[in-house]
Unconditional design. Sequence first.
Length: 187
Amino acid sequence: MVNNHFPTIFGALIFAAALAGPANAADELEAKLQPCGACHGQNGVPTSPTIPIIWGQTTVYLVKQLHDYRSADRDNPIMATFAKTLQQQELRPAAVYFTGKTWPAGHPATPAAAEPDGMTVCKACHQEKFVGGMPAPRLAGQSYEYLAEQMRRFATEERSNSADMVKLMQGLSADQRDAMAHYLAGL
């Protein structure tokens, strides 16, 4: 007598094995990303206001930043060291991992005031309400300290991994950048 269930059982075993492979790879990647919580927060809230929120950030932006840290196009010794622990093919899955997490609910110290002059051009990349879009990051709800420092770094070319941002920030006064950072942090 022939067992007609063999193909079904065999197919189920192959399917289960196929699922186990990616799950293990995902588990391995998640384990590799656990150190991120030491600075970026175990619950998505960074341990310092000078560290950006990465939970719920845009995928394309996170991939670019990880790439830029790996290639020294963006300078940060801690992030460069960490990014080099990831293989090139792990950058996108790592970004997707954080993009899939919920942006932490913030309680801005001060609610957003009226939008400062000059921010209309920012919406072309950062989208309406500054929630991010290809290729730009979400800015709404990042801390004032982080935003102000990154804007300053672009203006002084200490951070140059976006020529457009360098040019835009150099065209603004320190007071204009400060007003923008306050506004965005309050969203």
